[in-house]
Design a protein around this ligand. Structure first.
Ligand SMILES: [Zn+2]
Length: 95
């Protein structure tokens, strides 16, 4: 069994049956049906992961600078901060 290097869930890799050629500048087009599955569009970020000679693509989601959570992210002074860490920071001022 294989587990996802990101979420640790057991996964069964499925071939999409799609093959694309790399152009002279090293680019490939991510097919529309895969963009839809990843819920990505123009200008969205894609993260690349490498494991066991396989390349994994994942939609880039902003994560909290402090804890890595992606829940309730707010950008402040150029840093992403989640709801829980904002509350913790707020409580620091009350003590
Ligand atoms: Zn956080």
């Amino acid at each position: 069994m294989t587990s996802c290097p990101l979420c640790r869930k057991v996964i069964i890799m499925q071939s999409t049956g799609i093959v694309r050629k790399i152009d002279e500048l090293g680019r490939i087009v991510l097919p529309q049906e895969l963009r839809a599955k990843l819920d990505v569009g123009a200008k969205d970020g894609i993260e690349f992961y490498w494991q066991d000679n396989c390349l994994l693509l994942k939609k880039h989601e902003p994560a909290c600078t402090f804890c890595g959570s992606a829940d309730g992210i707010v950008l402040y002074e150029g840093k992403n901060i989640c709801k829980v860490c904002r509350e913790k920071i707020t409580n620091l001022n009350e003590t």
